[in-house]
Ligand binder design. Structure first.
Ligand code: SAM
Length: 384
């Protein structure tokens, strides 16, 4: 209807018949090419239909595949300024195949042995949507922007977007985003976005996954094995916080992600479940002590227990931070050999969890080389 066409008045060339809730097909002609006018600049097309500060921007060549944004002008500028290396990594998938997994829909299965540390995927985003757009723009208007953003992607990209599973029903393109998105920040106080990586979306969740992921500064999503993986095993990542007990994890997947988690850790017999929850609570308690510079509690035994609990719990995908805390606390206590070992393990895990450029990876590499020159050396022992 007329009053759902807020662009009338500032749009130059759109007909009223183009208004509101258009089907996906409405944007593309037979050849899949775009028929809407737009402003060309530096490979980016900008569409004049905006709501509040949020507009649609599309780049057909981003990472050679195509990317649409629903965001503000300043965030579009940040993406435009990214320096994408010519040698950007391509997608993996070589040792895997997609298969039906009982109770989970499709998933990715290893076809060959995969070693800890191996890269599985390097995937590019198809869509970024500013987090606040969903709060500030009326839902029907958001649906309109989502349709516009996806329909303007190059045909192959649009098809891989539409091939992803939804979980909540309602507006399909929006459902797909919420079912398959990662949070990324482009920096600043206003940089938070939901990012969709179609090739990653085949990965199911596991509370004790065998892969870790990070998203680098060029908006590439990297997945690496954190354990050795056997042929036939499913490849998984975690969608939830590592240190949540089962009831919290279940609530999170059910309420925010739209499914009831059936992973092996969530379906253990009651006794084992209770033991697992107890370990999580103990880890959290020790972590508070190790993070508190004024605590006199930390001892080598406590640090050792902390790492052992991570191992027993199977939290290999989220262990870099634990090794960092262990390395620092060993160094506070003047235990050079143990500090060195934990710092090395932290850097090794951090490369898979946060990427080789992460601050912690650099810091721990430095500590591992020469613990006694690091600021943390006996730093606390002196004070206590
Ligand atoms: C990102 S997709 C993963 C791929 C999806 N299975 C497919 O068929 O395309 C997320 C969806 O997979 C299913 N899923 C993923 N992990 C699961 C788990 N641990 N337990 C149950 N369902 C899961 C849920 O339906 C969820 O909405």
């Amino acid at each position: 209807s007329m009053n759902t066409c807020p662009w009338i008045g500032f749009s130059l060339d759109f007909e009223q018949s183009m208004c509101a809730y258009m089907e996906l097909e409405a944007f593309a002609d037979e050849s899949g090419e775009y028929r809407r006018d737009s402003l060309e600049h530096n490979n980016w097309r900008t569409f004049p239909d905006c709501f509040d500060d949020y507009c649609v921007y599309t780049n057909d060549n981003f990472h050679g595949k195509g990317l649409s944004l629903i965001t503000t002008a300043s965030n579009h500028h940040r993406v435009k300024e990214l320096q994408i290396p010519q040698t950007a990594l391509e997608l993996g998938y070589e040792k895997t195949r997609i298969a039906e997994i009982p109770d989970k829909g499709r998933g990715l299965i290893a076809t060959k042995t995969i070693r800890k540390g191996e890269r599985i995927l390097a995937a590019k985003p198809a869509l970024l949507v500013h987090r606040d757009a969903f709060r500030q723009v009326a839902m029907q208007d958001m649906f309109y922007l989502m349709d516009l953003a996806v329909s303007n992607l190059p045909k192959a990209r649009r098809e891989s977007y539409m091939g992803q599973a939804g979980s909540m029903g309602s507006h399909k393109i929006t459902d797909i985003l919420f079912t398959n998105s990662f949070q990324v920040t482009l920096g600043g106080h206003d940089g938070f976005h939901y990012a969709n990586f179609p090739e990653v979306s085949v990965l199911n969740h596991d509370c004790r996954p065998n892969m870790a992921f990070f998203i680098d500064g060029n908006l590439t999503h990297h997945t690496h094995a954190v354990r050795d993986i056997s042929p036939g095993e499913e490849l998984t990542i975690s969608y939830v916080d590592a240190l949540q007990i089962r009831s919290e994890r279940q609530e999170r997947t059910r309420n925010s992600l739209g499914f009831s988690c059936t992973c092996s850790q969530c379906t253990l017999p009651k006794e084992e479940l209770d033991a697992s929850d107890d370990r999580i609570r103990t880890i959290s308690r020790i972590e508070r002590e190790l993070s508190n510079v004024n605590s006199k509690e930390p001892s080598p035994a406590m640090i050792e227990e902390y790492i052992a609990l991570y191992k027993t719990e199977g939290l290999d995908h989220n262990i870099a931070g634990a090794y960092t805390l262990a390395a620092l606390n060993y160094n506070f206590l003047g235990k050079a050999t143990l500090a060195k070992k934990c710092a090395r393990l932290s850097a090794e895990a951090g490369r898979l969890e946060n990427g080789p450029d992460a601050g912690d990876v650099r810091e721990m590499t430095v500590l591992a080389e020469d613990p006694e020159s690091h600021w943390s050396w006996k730093a606390k022992a002196d004070r206590l």
